[in-house]
Design a protein around this ligand. Sequence first.
Ligand SMILES: Nc1nc2c(ncn2[C@@H]2O[C@H](COP(=O)(O)OP(=O)(O)O)[C@@H](O)[C@H]2O)c(=O)[nH]1
Ligand SMILES: [Mg+2]
Length: 342
Amino acid sequence: MLGNQKELKPFKITMLGPSGVGKTTLLTVIRKQMNSAVDVSELRLETGHPQKPGTGFETDQLLQKCLEELEQLVKSKGYIAQGGIGGTGEPKKFYFNLSKLKKNVSSAKLVLEFQDYPGGWIAQEENAKQVIDYIKDSSVTILVIDTPALLERKGKHHVAVNQSEIVQQMLLRAFSEDGSNKRRLLIFAPVKCEKYLRKGNQYRELEKGIRSGYKSLIESLNSEIFNNISAVITPVQTVGNVLFSYIDEIEENGKIVTKFWYEKTNNHELAPFDAEQPLRYILGFALKDALDAKRNERLDLVNWFRDMLGLDEDLKMAIQKFGEGCKKDGGFTVIKGGHLLG
Ligand SMILES: Nc1nc2c(ncn2[C@@H]2O[C@H](COP(=O)(O)OP(=O)(O)O)[C@@H](O)[C@H]2O)c(=O)[nH]1
Ligand SMILES: [Mg+2]
């Protein structure tokens, strides 16, 4: 193993969103698309924490299971109702690590730690506290948003499906209670948004929907005390060939149950689109944070990057190049704090 080498501190990212919104799916397609989206001559993405044996295997296993279920979902014929793959039963850390392609195994690595957990936690007081701690402890939070719930029927189901009131409160609490003033990136990641990005200008509706569905959060973040926080929108078409179709409200055992129905295209392939974009934003942000920290001598805040800063110019360049590939239009929006991004 790595003998007495120093511990590699991971760069931490927390997933946020209620159960079923698509957190684990998003991680799965990020991994899938990174394989093709990383400029293959430059960066290598592998699973696992290089100093924690078994984490690669565990991450692979979880993502593979989710991937198989998604492939099944795309293959089946006709309409499908929302829901399907099993929820995340316990908190899980997913590790990805990035290194420069064509270097040997022991070359410099940037380790990313994604914190996933059962979505149900955010509605349970004790567990919600834990999630708030995850957010405080992370540099990046990815808020996963069910797009049809946000936009259809004038957002009638948004609060219930995306638990938007709760997540806004949690974010504000985490951000205000954190005294460290470290830089943060909040990524609004609308998923299941294939339908809205296929045609002309519909992506404008998506941006408008997010600005109104998370109005109080965005207004608060615009206050000067949150100058350390950047917020962006990165829409991800998580599965590709499955489009939102219609909402059904039916009575089951005396209760009104809402079902979101999706329609397949004739192409039965799992074809995520823009899934690597959140990672481009994350890496651009991380690198800028580290470089500025070095300049301003506040390295204590970015120990996850300290080793890498001086050591491996090649990896830095590759990360920077990858980060520069982040989209800036067609639904991709910088809400605030553009100066903190790469
Ligand atoms: N139609 C459709 N279903 C999706 C998409 N992404 C996720 N799902 C489904 O949404 C459900 C919940 O996803 P999951 O990632 O487990 O949510 P989590 O609880 O937030 O981790 C699963 O049944 C997925 O198959 C998508 O882009 N389109
Ligand atoms: Mg999950």
